[in-house]
Design a protein around this ligand. Structure first.
Ligand code: MG
Ligand code: ZN
Length: 225
């Protein structure tokens, strides 16, 4: 009983901090994307490729969530993009308090687009609002078809779904038809982009959609002030 109530309080406190984050981000007219996936989906490689396409067009920042290492943050830093690393020391998700602290540590807090790479985990990251505009889920064809039905919450919460490692499709049993059918039940409205962070396949469509979201956010902000 006690444990249940404590968990509710933690989520309640997170809700308040997430709301604060959202107000800060909205005031700056920046789009904030919470990128989630299981470990090994190719999230960081996809983020690197996305950054390559966006650099020179818009300004960017990245908050990297990881259990213990800063390997992913170093890869982003090599692109010349500002990045703050959060090490959760074993915690399997990011929360809104971690994001507000990390955001304060970015060198330039004005930007068009802030990416948050969540800890690789298909379960609890979906339950914690960080104050983002939307959640994006990355899943690779190498993970198998069972993931959407096994982890419906994360797929339901996503505004956009990226099916990654499409270059590996011929070497797997992955069925695009079944994937489409399963998403039809869980999240029929989210656009699905079939991409490969390795080969760059499908990136143009994803980037075009994402830039549309950035522009939409900016327009919203102009209207509000
Ligand atoms: Mg990563
Ligand atoms: Zn967790």
């Amino acid at each position: 009983m006690v444990q249940v109530r404590m968990e509710a309080n933690i989520l309640g406190a997170n809700e308040l901090l997430a709301r604060k984050n959202r107000a800060v981000f909205a005031g700056r007219g920046m789009l904030v994307v919470n990128l989630m996936s299981s470990p090994g989906s190719g999230k960081t490689t996809l983020l690197e490729k996305t950054i390559d396409h966006l650099q020179g067009q818009i300004t960017l920042g990245v908050i990297e969530g990881d259990l213990y290492t800063d390997q992913d943050a170093r890869r982003i830093e090599e692109k010349g993009v500002q990045v703050v690393q959060i090490n959760t020391e074993g915690a399997c998700h990011l929360d809104a308090g971690m994001i507000s602290k990390a955001y304060e540590n970015l060198s330039d807090r004005e930007m068009d687009l802030l990416f948050i790479e969540n800890v690789g985990n298909l379960v609890c990251p979906a339950e914690f609002d960080l104050g983002e505009d939307f959640k994006a889920v990355v899943m690779s064809v190498a993970e198998g078809n069972d993931k959407p039905l096994k982890y419906p919450l994360i797929f339901r919460e996503a505004k956009v779904i990226l099916l990654n490692k499409m270059d590996l499709l011929p070497y797997t049993d992955f069925s695009l038809e079944r994937f489409g059918h399963d998403l039809e039940q869980i999240n029929p409205t989210a656009p699905v982009f079939k991409v490969s962070g390795r080969t760059g396949e499908g990136m143009a469509e994803w980037i075009e959609w994402l830039l549309g979201e950035v522009k939409g956010k900016r327009a919203e902000n102009i209207k509000a002030f």
